[in-house]
Design a protein around this ligand. Structure first.
Ligand code: ADP
Length: 537
């Protein structure tokens, strides 16, 4: 008589019809892929086991566990390192599912998914059934996937770290090259040939900087490291700053830069968004428009599509009269490294092919989609629409004036500036520009030296490197604040971070400037923050 049938008899039930169904039951019991143990609820003694239990526990031929206490079974076969050890050892009298680690009779280990349940033969069933499924293969698979994921994550982290370090290291010497070329070019009476060559150096190094920045952004995108950093800001100041920084480049190439912002239509131009991502997108589009336009104009417009108390739906558009893009390439240009005119031999337009990939991701994060329309030979139009929350706050008179700031016209001659910079090349470039603008300068190569100078001299502005050995810019600023000296401090940094703005201003810096800096940007910051002081001079 087979085991399950026997066990049904023990339970005191059975007639001839049942006998047949018991045979089916027995067959199913034995054929199950799960190891099954039936035991008595009261005495805890094993009544029967199926063949799978014998197989997965590698029991010797003919070994029967009948009569063995279920807790003793666990004591014998449960591994000391098993998850749910106590539960499996002592508390099998309630319905439960969980994992366990078992050691077989042959001392091999396997992971099992354990389930205990009442065996409902009738209303007052005395039996419980314990099933153990060998899940070692899927556990191994899980572990392998986790290990593989960890490896990928590590590789991707080290790629990101490598790119950030390299980009930082490259930006520092580039600062030297770009700054020096600006300096040489600012000298009059240069022989035309020299002038032309220096222009090439400036152009090439700026291009290299653009690539370095793009690669860093792209790897951040790849790593999903880009996050929105939303804050209130004045959109019209932001747009003016962008066009201000492009004006010279447009003048040099004799292309008209036309702007069209509805500043007056807005009672309150403060909006909440990620200023850096929005400006980076507009800068990328403007820089492409300039690069691919040989004559004519580029128009940057911002239109209000919808306006409510709490939000603005704005359409941004950069339109050029450039070379245009063939219809069949309009989708491809948003893919990484795609360039329309990338024939190596005829290569005329430089770029990394990453600008639009990055821009479209930035716009996606801002809640929109970049679109393009273009006619070859006539020009292109890149546009996107995004909804921006309005920052409801009454603007002060001075903030309203910011749209066309008076300070932009200020003369900075005579301003007393303190340069705090450990790198001699960076310091010498900064020094040369400040001298050219006739500022009165003192210099410190360390934070400690700066603090000494501040004890004996008055300054209208401090220009301080963040990445200095021994005492970095943040600590030096904290010590300046402890001395209760009220002076605008502009941080200089070669690090590009999404949240640089908040990082720096929250530490108490008045503003920051990225290295390599554009002289015009630096001058604007000095004009802006030394406004009141100049009035006294
Ligand atoms: P990059 O400009 O560095 O090559 P982008 O991703 O910014 O990379 O642009 C991809 C390609 O799209 C460019 O190489 C160019 O062929 C095309 N493109 C982008 N903007 C314009 C434009 N305003 N006019 C014509 N072609 C453009």
């Amino acid at each position: 008589m087979n085991s399950l049938f026997r066990f049904r008899r023990i339970n005191g039930k059975g007639n001839s019809l049942e006998n047949q169904s018991n045979q089916y039951l027995e067959a199913a019991f034995q054929a199950s892929n799960d190891g099954l143990i039936v035991y008595d609820k009261e005495s805890q003694e094993v009544i029967t086991i199926n063949k799978t239990i014998s197989r997965i526990f590698e029991l010797p031929e003919g070994m029967d566990l009948k009569g063995l206490n279920i807790n003793r079974f666990m004591m014998r076969y449960l591994s000391g390192e098993s998850p749910n050890f106590t539960k499996l050892l002592n508390e099998l009298n309630e319905n439960w599912t969980g994992e366990g680690l078992f050691t077989t009779h042959q001392k091999n280990t396997f992971y099992g998914l354990v389930n205990t349940n009442i065996l409902s033969l009738d209303s007052e069933s005395r039996f419980r059934i314990l099933s153990i499924t060998d899940i070692s293969a899927s556990k191994k698979f899980q572990r392998d996937i986790l290990a593989a994921n960890e490896k990928v994550e590590m590789a991707s982290k080290s790629k990101f770290r490598f790119l950030s370090t390299i980009s930082h290291e490259l930006r520092t010497p580039l600062n030297g090259i770009i700054g020096t070329s600006y300096l040489i070019l600012s000298k009059t009476n240069l022989p035309a040939e020299v002038n032309k060559n220096i222009e090439v150096i400036k152009y090439s190094s700026q291009h290299m900087l653009e690539i370095v920045n793009n690669i860093l952004d792209f790897s951040k995108m790849d790593e999903c490291k880009m996050a929105l950093n939303e804050k209130p800001f004045n959109l019209f100041n932001c747009l003016n700053n962008i066009t201000g920084s492009f004006q010279n480049l447009f003048n040099e190439q004799n292309i008209k830069l036309i702007t069209n912002f509805p500043s007056v239509e807005l009672e309150n131009p403060e909006i909440i968004s990620d200023e850096i991502k929005l400006s980076q997108t507009i800068k990328n589009l403007l820089s492409n428009a300039l690069k691919f336009t040989n004559c004519g104009e580029v128009v940057l417009s911002v239109k209000i599509v919808e306006k409510s108390e709490s939000s603005l739906l704005l359409n941004f558009e950069v339109k050029d009269t450039g070379i245009g893009i063939p219809h069949n390439k309009l989708k491809d240009i948003f893919e990484a490294f795609e360039q329309v005119y990338n024939d190596d031999l005829k290569r005329k337009y430089q770029g990394s092919g990453l600008g639009l990939t990055i821009s479209s991701e930035l716009v996606r994060m801002l809640g929109g989609t970049i679109e393009v329309e273009s006619i070859v030979g006539k020009g292109s139009r890149f546009f996107f629409t995004i909804s921006l929350k309005r920052f409801i706050q009454k603007l002060s008179d001075s903030e309203i004036r910011e749209v066309n700031p008076e300070w932009e016209k200020k003369d900075i001659k005579g301003i007393r500036a303190l340069i705090v910079e450990d790198n001699e090349i960076n310091a010498s470039i900064l020094r040369s520009f400040l001298k050219k603008w006739q500022l009165s300068i003192k210099e410190a190569a360390t934070g400690v030296h700066a603090l000494e100078l501040l004890k004996y001299h008055k300054f209208d502005i401090i220009l301080m490197d963040l990445e200095m050995p021994e005492m970095n810019g943040y600590t030096t600023l904290r010590k300046i604040q402890e001395l209760k000296i009220d002076v605008p401090v502009i941080a200089f940094t070669a690090t590009l971070l999404d949240d640089m703005n908040s990082l720096i201003t929250e530490s108490g810096f008045t503003d920051y400037i990225n290295k390599p800096f554009k002289p015009a940007d630096l001058k604007r910051k000095i004009q802006k923050y030394c406004e009141r002081k100049i009035d006294y001079v």
